[in-house]
Design a protein around this ligand. Structure first.
Ligand code: ADP
Ligand code: MG
Length: 591
């Protein structure tokens, strides 16, 4: 085929893919537009997870009737005018492509009334073309309806997940904005039912409670960045200021997805900052567990490049190190202070004198709520050392008693007797735990895991995704006992594998580890390494269905008894189930 410039409809449809991936990305763009318009109420409605219909209404400033057709054109925006404006972005949107992109892959109805006009207006766009334009009644503000998403891009439509899953993605988007804009009231209605509501009080604590529930909110403590003196500042400072909430060390989650960052109220993803939070807990988090954190960062927009990615979720800090340290310090201070101060009594009263730059503040009527709250730390809070000491005693108390192996059930569970009744042990989970602690100790001691060299190096072919994972994590894989060499374009030679895996097929082992690396994309550094070690242990551990000799069972139970965290496997599943003597007596009606 000769090279041709694509007709604009086709080019738009391709570009739309970058912005519009699924219903949740449509909702994200429309909610951002509502917020940029200064709305204090944003209502999102979806049917069938947004496949059939998405409606976002707001009470923002509206769009002048004469500008409606422009709003749906590509690169039409009211938010920036020159390339220099890109250097300091104060609004959520700025590319001027969202409405055009959505309109090119769905039927879009944009109805709006500008606050200085007496009537509303509407345009209907289908497949990128305006098919109707009329004057209608509408309150001040804007309503966007998106129907039949991806009707003309079957490949994308096929890629959509079940309505429930898509609705879940939409809810995640809406709740994130509720956390970013506590002063805005949000409502999400899914198939006619209210799925989420936030009160819009301007207090982050209330938004957090709306999103996570009161029980979880009680487990959170306010972040404290004691070095910041907000009273002296009158614009977004070039020093990052941090506020928000983070969970007490006693409350954890199985993944890092509940560690959220908002930069100047924009939700961002940043692996290094996740690491800053996790490290702030030092050793207080159980292996493979993560805190829940809502971290607001306010920073002069000139210190950040947000124009990195079409969805604008990734940003580049001019001084990443400074932001990292500020976040870590704030979280650390909160964790250290976490003996008292529950979420409830903390008032997120805006700090007076702290305002936003005019260009944004104009549009954000209740901008004051962007200001952080700086709770005073009570004087008798324990030190980090004391917290660690507390944790140590509690985990010592949870060590296993000495057990006597009685037998095996279903080729999967070991039955044992202890000083207080019956113990059932999941042999696979228990072995995973034993291996994990051994390997981590070895890793600590020798700096790396022992390797088993293969007599015949095995060539393996990888796809480009796997290839880049291998390249990116070469050093870590080496520390874990892999010796892998580049052999050809997409071929690698496996020369050695971790010694614990020596009985296994090297290609499968590596594939498994690559899958682990892909699953653990949110993790970095030590956390990532632990996740991969856990993965290796999973593969190396005895499987359910494997019959064990008495001797094997005894030695496994001995090793489990010696573990520091014997009750769960490295992935957090229980290893052991205890039925106390009292329980047994009760079951048999002996009491
Ligand atoms: P961007 O947000 O990047 O400017 P969009 O395509 O999302 O681009 O929107 C185009 C323009 O339409 C915006 O710049 C704004 O002027 C106007 N607009 C879109 N949605 C709204 C809304 N809900 N309220 C007021 N104006 C809106
Ligand atoms: Mg926009």
């Amino acid at each position: 085929m000769p090279i041709r410039i694509l007709p604009p409809e086709v080019a738009d449809r391709i570009a739309a893919g970058e912005v519009v991936e699924r219903p949740a990305s449509v909702v994200k763009e429309l909610v951002e537009n509502a917020l940029d318009a200064g709305a204090t109420y944003v209502r999102v409605e979806i049917t069938e997870g947004g496949r059939r219909l998405i409606r976002v209404s707001d009470n923002g400033c509206g769009i002048p009737a004469a500008e409606l057709p422009l709003a749906v054109r590509r690169h039409a925006t009211s938010k920036i005018t020159t390339a220099e404006d890109l250097a300091a972005i104060y609004t959520l949107g700025f590319r001027g492509e969202a409405l055009a992109a959505i309109a090119s892959v769905a039927r879009l109805t944009l109805t709006s009334r500008y606050r200085e006009e007496h009537a509303g207006a509407r345009v209907v766009v289908e497949g990128g073309h305006i098919v109707r334009q009329e004057t209608v009644g509408h309150p001040i503000g804007t309503t966007v309806v998106v129907e039949h998403l991806f009707f003309n891009t079957p490949a994308r439509r096929k890629f959509l997940k079940a309505p429930r899953t898509e609705a879940g993605h939409v809810q995640r988007v809406v709740t994130r904005y509720a956390l970013a804009f506590p002063e805005v009231r949000f409502a999400l209605v899914s198939d006619g039912r209210i799925a989420f509501q936030s009160p819009g009080t301007g207090r982050l604590a209330d938004a957090v409670t709306a999103v996570y529930g009161a029980d979880v909110a009680r487990e959170l403590v306010p972040l404290a960045d004691e070095e910041v003196q907000p009273e002296t500042e009158d614009v977004l400072s070039s020093v990052p200021r941090i506020w928000g909430y983070t969970s007490k060390p006693s409350y954890t989650r199985p993944n890092a997805q509940s560690i959220l960052f908002f930069l100047n109220k924009r939700w961002i993803t940043d692996r290094a900052l996740v690491q800053a939070v996790v490290q702030a807990y030092h050793t207080l988090l159980p292996t493979g567990r993560y805190p829940l954190s809502v971290v607001h960062i306010a920073l002069d927009p000139r210190q950040v490049d947000v124009n990195v990615h079409p969805a604008k979720a990734e940003v580049r800090f001019r001084e990443p190190r400074v932001v990292f340290t500020a976040v870590q310090r704030a979280v650390r201070a909160a964790v250290t202070a976490s003996s008292g101060t529950p979420l409830g009594p903390v008032e997120t009263t805006p700090v007076s004198g702290w305002t936003l730059p005019a260009s944004w503040a104009e549009r954000q009527r209740s901008a004051g709520s962007l200001a952080p709250s700086f709770p005073s730390l009570s004087e008798d809070t324990p030190t980090q050392g004391e917290l660690i000491a507390q944790k140590d005693t509690s985990s010592r108390a949870t060590l296993l008693p000495l057990l006597r192996v009685v037998g095996q059930v279903g080729g999967a569970y070991i039955v044992a007797e202890g000083p207080d009744g019956l113990y059932l042990i999941d042999q696979h989970a228990a072995h995973e735990r034993v291996l994990y602690e051994k390997l981590m100790a070895e890793r600590e001691r020798a700096g790396q895991l022992p390797s088993q060299h293969l007599l015949d190096p095995i060539p393996i072919t990888v796809d480009s995704d796997q290839g880049s994972l291998l390249a990116a994590h070469r050093e870590m894989l080496h520390r874990l006992g892999f010796v892998i060499e580049v052999f050809g374009e997409s071929t690698y030679l496996v020369r050695a594998v971790p010694a614990v895996l020596s009985g296994q097929h090297p290609a499968q082992v590596l594939e498994d580890v690559l899958e682990g690396l892909r699953d653990a994309r949110d993790l970095v550094g030590e956390q990532l390494e632990r996740a991969i070690v856990a993965r290796i242990c999973k593969r190396a551990a005895v499987k359910a269905g494997q019959v064990l000799s008495d001797e094997e069972m005894r030695s496994l139970v001995r090793e489990l008894e010696a573990c520091q965290v014997p009750h769960t496997c490295p992935h957090g599943r229980p290893t052991i189930w205890h039925i106390s003597a009292a329980d047994l007596a009760k079951r048999f009606g002996r009491t």
